[in-house]
Design a protein around this ligand. Structure first.
Ligand code: AMP
Length: 510
């Protein structure tokens, strides 16, 4: 049954099923986009100013929930109840985030275990999935306001290095927000789609996607062959971005104007005002040579040359990552055909020129670097809706997948950097006479001992007919689908006893 809906704004009758929205669920900002009159557009706020929805959720004393700009205002006045950067916690266990407590202004409860993190707000605990779902709901509402009708289906982007647990968590967040998530797409792949690189008349090309945002840096090397995207390698720094540039400016002013650093760290309001000034200066210097303003009646200024000196070490760090990504992909810089710029910080002329010099070619920077991933997600959504010629997306798995064998050793079944979708299998047997059950514990990681890797799940193959040790033939199959979700199947081939699980990690929607 096809549902029919009417677009109230335009008075057009549309098949509801035709529309799938594209969502960039970012660490700092999120966006929603769709195809309007054949073109991808990101939906702006009511005032028509910005398409960015800050990825921030605030819980008020009265029980209300704010998302986006309104929540951002609470960062200073009510930090304990204002949650930001929740993407950093998606699919993570307490052990994964140990040592990061300082970074978060809110309370992550800590029980030093393998179970997934929860965030404490007042007397309730929220999972990162629930918090991300609030952001997704806000985006869904924004899109529904734009279209004047409900939307149900979406494509959501994630970083290329996201593991299985993180992808699954993103999918679950979508479901909680009332969205059927048709596909999880890698951010660099989406950015390449936004530039239409898949439509260029070339047999094959290699693309570097340089993504420098507010708090994170990612470089991804993709291969595009006959419309198929493949991630060759990824690298980056999860704590490097425009925020570091802002801090460098503040430190510079503190030295230049001989401010007392203690006064600054004690005066929250002043340090916040300074942070805003620093960001204002940084942004202005992307277009002007000099920036002037005042703070509490005293003049402050910054010129582009001094700014560039301040941030050059950060930019160099990103280039070092690019070098490593090229190495991992076994490519030389001359073999990169296109360089795509993503993230607000790539507006800085020094960043553009340094990246262009590193790769020895002009960069793609015509689209809004904040919007480009969401636009690509909308294009991918349109492809899935059957409105464009099929573009196949092929990705790689960033970490090896395997099972635990004798002595706690990791036996890799799908090696890292394998193209997905993929399947691989191996035969095992029993070690004891008459053994009826076999425990299969699935791990992800590169270390030899499973205890150093991440456990994704386990199950027991039950009912193996009694046989002498080493006689049963137990085939274990791993199937990794295009979203990076893993199904593990175990089968005793003499008796056809079979068992399978879909790896949903140690959490799930209960
Ligand atoms: P994103 O995480 O991609 O939204 O990137 C946001 C970052 O881009 C923040 O650190 C912003 O300060 C920075 N940004 C936005 N516009 C500019 C600009 N014109 N020049 C320099 N940095 C910018």
């Amino acid at each position: 049954m096809a549902r029919i809906a009417i677009n109230i704004k335009e008075g057009k009758v549309v098949k509801e099923e035709d529309l799938i929205i594209g969502i960039d669920l970012g660490t700092t900002n999120s966006l929603v986009a769709y195809i309007k009159d054949g073109k991808a557009v990101a939906v702006k706020d009511k005032a028509g100013k910005s398409a960015l929805v800050p990825s921030i959720v605030h819980f008020s004393a009265a029980g209300g929930i704010l998302v986006g700009d309104a929540a951002r205002e609470k960062l200073i006045t009510d930090p304990a109840n204002t949650i930001y950067s929740v993407k950093r916690l998606m699919g993570k266990s307490y052990r994964d985030v140990a040592g990061l407590e300082q970074y978060f202004g809110y309370k992550i409860i800590d029980d030093d275990t393998e179970s997934l993190v929860k965030i404490r707000v007042k007397d309730r605990f929220y999972s990162p999935i629930e918090l991300s779902a609030e952001i997704l709901k806000a985006l869904k509402i924004r899109m529904e306001g734009e279209l004047g009708r409900p939307v149900h289906r979406a494509v959501i982007t994630v970083p290329a290095y996201f593991n299985d647990a993180q992808r699954q968590a993103t999918r679950d967040a979508g479901r909680l927000a009332g969205l059927d998530v048709l596909r999880i797409v890698n951010e660099p792949t989406a950015a390449s789609l936004a530039y239409g690189l898949d439509k260029e008349n070339q047999d094959a090309q290699t693309i570097a996607v340089y993504d420098l945002g507010g708090g994170t840096f990612d470089i991804s090397i993709l291969n595009l062959h006959e419309g198929i995207f493949e991630v060759l390698s990824t690298n980056g720094d999860t704590f490097l971005g425009g925020d570091d540039f802002d801090r460098a400016i503040i430190d510079y002013w503190t030295r230049e104007y001989q401010w007392n650093p203690d006064t600054l760290s004690q005066n929250k309001e002043l340090s916040q005002a300074l942070r805003l000034k620093a960001e204002e200066a940084k942004k202005a210097l992307s277009f002007e040579e000099r920036w002037h303003s005042s703070l509490n009646g005293s003049p402050i200024s910054l010129d582009r040359a001094s700014f560039e000196e301040l941030v050059r070490p950060f930019v160099q760090k990103t280039l070092d990552c690019c070098g490593k990504a090229l190495n991992d992909a076994k490519l030389k810089v001359e073999q990169i055909d296109r360089v795509v710029m993503v993230g607000g910080t790539t507006r800085i002329p020094l960043v553009k020129s340094a990246v262009s010099a590193f790769f020895r070619k002009p960069v793609y920077d015509q689209l809004d670097p904040d919007e480009v991933v969401a636009l690509g997600a909308a294009i991918q959504a349109d492809v899935l809706a059957g409105n464009q010629k099929e573009v196949l997306l092929l990705d790689i798995t960033p970490l090896s997948l395997g099972i635990e064998t004798m002595g706690g050793l990791m036996d890799v079944i799908i090696p890292r950097n394998s193209k997905i979708p993929t399947r691989a299998g191996r035969q095992y047997t029993t070690s004891v006479d008459g053994q009826r059950n076999l425990k299969i514990a699935v791990y992800q990681g590169e270390r030899d001992l499973v205890e150093h890797n991440r456990k994704l799940g386990e199950f027991i193959l039950k009912g193996i007919p009694p046989m002498p040790a080493a006689l049963p033939k137990i085939e274990i199959q791993f199937l990794l689908n295009a979203d990076g979700i893993l199904v593990v199947r175990a089968k005793e081939l003499r008796s056809n006893v079979e068992q399978e699980i879909e790896i949903r990690s140690s959490y799930g929607l209960s």
